[in-house]
Ligand binder design. Structure first.
Ligand code: ASP
Length: 619
């Protein structure tokens, strides 16, 4: 564990002569911390140490007072005995939770009955000779422990207390190590760290912009960057060759568990490269950063899977392939079916897909009913058709009676149905059917232990489509409009743009998308054709992106890059459930900072200076 490294703090020596007084401002006197709590081990027995931190807990045991002292790295037990130092003992009886103290004492072994095997410092304690109360504290709103029994909103409102808890301390240390490893790897690979502006113009990444009113240009607004995408492309045109930035990005989206309105990217861009060089750089970066920050080793090269294959086999473009369950497409088997529920979907362009789970006797009828309720309520599905093959090979199912012999044959063969198999079906539009089955695949795969032995996996998903249908039926970009198409699909841009594959790739870790990137359109004519496909008129294109097109025309090298969602990366490495567990001051699902009470109303004077008038929502 850690000894203090900063500015001579690890000398281990202690300045004598402190009085123990805690009045006045210079409460530390000449006493300075020598060790971190967690660094005290049996090797330190007999040493004199000075520790500083917070009172986690105080226990009085027949005259002897035990205090758990907590600092950044952990806990150590400190002991006050009336016969060692009556004055200290007296002071210790006044200590309360979260008081800030500085103590000098000697490390000793704990007696056998008091050894705590759960604590790294559980074999030792510090017998205190001198204590200083550096500050008192109001009673904490909840106990500072790993799993406090309070609502998350209470933790968010009292984030300072919350941040004192070990899981958050650990997560932010991991985050720091990841930052350092990322910087080291990219710097070693020849990247320059360059900042780009926060007050900028709209950067299309598929979300709403946060706008900042300009005081000096009344009626005009800056946009906060959704990403540094355009700026990093300009840096490539300007000749910087390799750029990176740990960049804050802002996207005004409806909040989900794995989104924050502002988040951090490791953003990078490289010139004179093709897909292979970018992927090689990403492998080097992720392998080193995961090893140095979390001690996780990954084999190289990473497996690659195309978007089309990932969707077909796993129903997701960020598959967790450690889960040993795969989907089966049955759409063609129902093209001429008499089973109206499936046929109707196929006729209107939807799909029929199945998730077969073998040896699924453990799933009861009650559990299937609960899954169906979840599919309808949470995932917007129409229902959950299923077939169970019993021990005799008979099919028990609410839908089997509607199926023809041929359909039953096709299902049995393609799903490899056998006694004990349970088949779940979705007939719906492709997006929803895949989303539902992929969720069932992950939930049931984990619940039933259908996971291969690997703790973690990293893979590339490649060849995403360039466009997708927007709500009005016209095409829009899948990721952002600057992705270069595949060379061999270029001709399709005019004839059948929906089939154009982009040079887009994702890095996926344990079923979580860590980030995305692509080669970019370095030729202005191709970039213009893409804006055309999306129905941007020439005028709109010039107004919004004229500066980029001009730059591309000024001598742009081929270039491509990537951006990792750093918060998500830390979340996966930390095994955390939510981004809020790896960000120091996160926002709630409703976009609020409960500690600072942001957002808040602006004062009239501020609005006036900004030439703004607010239409307050009706009460
Ligand atoms: N700008 C992209 C994003 O934010 C990443 C990239 O393509 O480099 O997702």
């Amino acid at each position: 564990m850690e000894r203090l490294r900063a500015r001579g703090e690890d000398s281990g020596r202690v300045t004598a002569g402190a009085t123990g007084s805690d009045s006045g401002l210079d409460v530390m006197g000449a006493l300075r911390r020598s060790h971190a709590a967690a660094s005290i081990t049996v090797a330190s027995v007999g040493e004199e140490v000075v520790l500083a931190g917070w009172v986690q807990r105080r226990r009085d045991h027949g005259g002897v007072i035990f205090v758990d002292l907590r600092d950044r790295g952990g806990l150590v037990q400190i002991v006050f005995k009336p016969d060692t130092s009556p004055e200290c003992h007296e002071r210790a009886s006044g200590l309360r939770a979260e008081y800030v103290i500085l103590v000098r004492g000697r490390v000793q072994r704990r007696s056998d009955e008091t050894v705590n095997p759960k604590l790294p410092t559980g074999e030792v304690e510090v017998l205190v000779d001198e204590v200083r109360v550096l500050n008192r504290a109001t009673p904490p709103p909840f106990a500072i422990e790993d799993d406090p029994d309070v609502d998350e909103s209470v933790r968010m409102r009292h984030r300072v207390h919350d941040l004192r808890r070990a899981p958050l301390q650990k997560a932010l240390r991991l985050r720091h190590r990841l930052f350092q490893a990322v910087r080291a790897s990219l710097s070693d690979q020849g990247f320059l760290e360059i900042e780009t502006p926060m007050l900028t113009r709209s950067t299309p990444e598929g979300a709403r912009d946060f706008l900042v009113p300009s005081r000096l240009q009344p009626g005009s607004f800056y946009a906060l960057p959704q990403s540094p995408q355009i700026m990093k492309q300009l840096l490539m045109v300007a000749g910087f060759d390799r750029y990176f930035q740990i960049a804050r990005c802002f996207r005004d989206e409806d909040q989900r568990a794995d989104r924050q309105l502002e988040f951090t990217q490791v953003d990078l861009e490289m010139a004179f490269v093709g897909v292979e060089e970018v992927l090689a750089c990403l492998e080097e970066l992720t392998v080193r950063a995961c090893a140095e920050s979390a001690g996780i080793e990954f084999p190289r090269p990473f497996p690659r899977i195309s978007y089309a294959e990932a969707m077909a086999r796993f129903g997701s473009d960020r598959p967790d392939t450690r889960i040993q369950l795969e989907l089966v497409d049955l759409t063609d088997a129902f093209e001429r079916s008499d089973f109206r529920a499936f046929r109707g979907v196929v006729d209107s362009g939807g799909i029929v897909k199945c998730l077969p789970i073998h040896d699924a006797e453990a799933l009861s009828r009650g559990q299937i009913d609960r899954l169906e309720a979840m599919v309808k309520k949470e995932l917007g599905g129409k229902g959950l058709a299923w077939i169970r093959v019993d021990g005799n090979g008979d099919w028990q199912s609410p839908i089997a009676k509607f199926l023809s012999e041929a359909e039953r044959g096709a299902i049995a063969k393609r799903c490899e149905a056998r006694p004990g198999s349970l088949l779940f079906f979705q007939a719906d539009d492709a997006t929803r059917a895949n989303a539902i089955l992929s969720r069932l695949r992950v939930d049931l795969g984990r619940r039933l232990g259908r996971v291969d032995g690997r703790d973690h996996e990293l893979l590339f998903v490649v060849d995403f489509p360039l466009f997708e249908a927007a709500e009005g039926g016209e095409l829009t970009y899948v990721h952002q409009p600057f992705v270069a198409p595949h060379e061999e699909d270029l001709a399709l841009l005019d004839s059948d743009p929906a089939r154009v594959r982009g040079t887009h790739y994702d890095v996926v870790m344990d079923g979580v998308e860590l980030g995305s990137g692509s080669l970019r359109n370095h030729r202005a004519d191709v970039q213009r054709r893409i804006f055309d496909v999306m129905g941007y008129g020439r005028k709109q294109t010039e107004e919004r992106f004229g500066f980029l097109l001009n730059a591309l025309e000024s001598g742009a090298p081929p270039h491509g890059g990537f951006a990792f969602g750093l918060d998500r990366w830390v979340m996966v490495l930390a095994g955390a459930e939510s981004l809020r567990e790896v960000i120091a001051f996160p926002k709630t699902q409703r976009g609020q900072d409960l500690l600072l009470e942001a957002p808040s109303e602006a004062e009239d004077l501020q609005l006036e200076e900004l030439s703004l008038r607010v239409r307050r929502p009706a009460q």
